[in-house]
Structure formats: structure tokens, C-alpha cells
Design a protein. Structure first.
Length: 263
């Protein structure tokens, strides 16, 4: 184990990336080993910047990443990884982010939290990366470690979702009912969206347009996940689309009631 730690330290120093000791009290240590692509690269629209993290901890950890420019967090048109709870001990983790529009960052910050989402500390790493906002004709091949860690990351996320949605001791699983119902809201949403944009005018049409502010980046994020061969690519779509569909049903109902009262 000591040899392994020295190996990671040498790699970190060679890459010019800082080693992070989060807290002596919690005995949590994390290191950024490498990124894919390398610092200074130009990425296409929605192409992920992946961060390879190694850690030692006496508690489960979650890792989230964010991009900064001039000390300000860049939140526009951003997509990022889920943050499953990685087990205590020594291990590897992955975090990623991407931007749909032309964007430049000069820093990434990795937030470390415990399994209850209590923030422990943040690792700040200077790194210059640029997204050109151009939709790629062909996606760049990912590094082998990205594929390996992404698969483990997705499995942990899937297990966490299934565990939280599991039913009683008799074996009833809420996902057996919940997921099909959520999936049916996707075609329902698109039907309502198209219908209302064609039929509505004025303020009602503006109200019907509102969900597109969410759906547009959601479709981009889902496309990234699908391209990356993630088995969780429809996850956000499943959770967000029911809310958008309910909103449109609400607008539809309100318009009907108003028109009925005016009749």
C-alpha cells in the first residue's frame, strides 16, 4: 500500500496537480491523478472532462466537480456526474462535467462530502480547458480508465436508486411500478408540448414554452450519457419529464377552466 501511495504521488507531481489532505480528524485524503482529455485541450459541445480521483477514507465519500473561470462558477449549459457514495477505505473515483455552449475554465473544484451530503472539503485544481460549442461529427475515444471507472460509477448509482426505491420485506419493489409510469410521461410530455405550441396563442403559448428551458439542456445531457454508453442514460429524463408533463397538464387545465368561466 505504501508503494501504491508513492506511485500516485509521483504521478500527481508530474502532472502538476495538488495532493489534498481533507482533514486529519476525519482521516480523509484524496488525490487527482489525471484528467481526460489532458489540460489545455479543446473539447466539443457536451464533451465531458473526466477527472480520475484516488482516495483513502474512514467513511464513505461522494465526489462532485464544478468548473470556474476567474473565481466564478460557470453554471450555464453545464452537465455533470451523479455523486454516488463510494465505500470507505482505499479506492478510485471519477467525476466529470461538460458544457453545451462555448466556454472556458481555468479551475476545477472537487467537492468531497460524506454519504449524507455533508461537505467535508474542496480540492481546487488550476486547469485550462475550452469547449468550442460545436457539435462533434465524431466523438473522441475515451481513455481506458474513464470507461472502467464510469462503469463502476454507474453501477453504484443504479444500486443506490434501487435500494432507496425498494419496497417492504416481502420483496415488493416500487421500481416495478414507478419506472414504467415515469417512462410513459415522456411521450405524454412531447405530445402535450407539440399540441399546446400549435394550438395556444399569447400568454398561454408563453406558459407552454416554459418547459423547453429545461428540456433543451436535458436532451443534450441525455445524448451525452447515451453516447458514453451509460446504462443510466435515461435517468434524468425519467425523473424530470414527469414534472414537466404535470406542469403542462396544469396549464391545460387552467386554460380550460378559464375559457369555461368566460363562456
Amino acid at each position: 500500500m505504501q508503494t501504491l501511495r508513492c506511485f500516485f504521488l509521483i504521478i500527481t507531481m508530474a502532472l502538476g496537480l495538488p495532493l489534498m489532505a481533507v482533514s486529519a480528524q476525519t482521516a480523509v485524503h484524496a488525490t487527482i491523478v489525471e484528467t481526460d482529455p489532458k489540460a489545455g485541450s479543446v473539447l466539443q459541445a457536451n464533451e465531458p472532462l473526466s477527472v480520475h480521483i484516488t482516495y483513502q477514507s474512514d467513511m464513505p465519500l461522494r465526489f462532485e466537480t464544478a468548473g470556474y473561470s476567474g473565481g466564478a462558477k460557470i453554471q450555464k449549459s453545464v452537465a455533470m456526474n451523479t455523486a454516488p457514495s463510494y465505500p470507505a477505505g482505499s479506492g478510485e473515483a471519477i467525476a466529470w462535467l461538460s458544457y453545451a455552449e462555448e466556454t472556458s475554465i481555468d479551475e476545477i473544484r472537487i467537492t468531497l462530502s460524506d454519504k449524507h451530503w455533508k461537505q467535508l472539503d474542496t480540492l481546487s485544481v488550476p486547469i485550462h480547458m475550452t469547449w468550442n460549442g460545436i457539435t462533434p461529427q465524431q466523438w473522441r475515444e475515451r481513455a481506458p480508465w474513464v470507461t472502467q471507472l464510469s462503469s463502476a460509477h454507474q453501477n453504484m448509482t443504479s444500486q443506490a436508486i434501487r435500494a432507496s426505491a425498494s419496497g417492504n420485506a416481502g420483496g415488493f419493489d416500487m421500481l416495478d411500478i414507478l419506472i414504467p409510469l415515469m417512462a410513459w410521461t415522456i411521450p405524454l410530455y412531447f405530445f402535450l408540448q407539440i399540441y399546446m405550441l400549435k394550438k395556444y396563442q399569447g400568454a398561454w403559448r408563453k406558459a407552454a414554452l416554459a418547459p423547453l428551458l429545461v428540456m433543451a439542456p436535458l436532451l443534450a445531457y441525455t445524448g451525452i450519457a447515451l453516447f458514453a454508453k451509460s446504462n443510466l442514460w435515461p435517468l434524468l429524463m425519467l425523473f424530470v419529464t414527469p414534472v414537466l408533463a404535470l406542469y403542462l397538464i396544469g396549464v391545460l387545465t387552467c386554460r380550460y377552466l378559464v375559457r369555461r368561466a368566460q363562456a
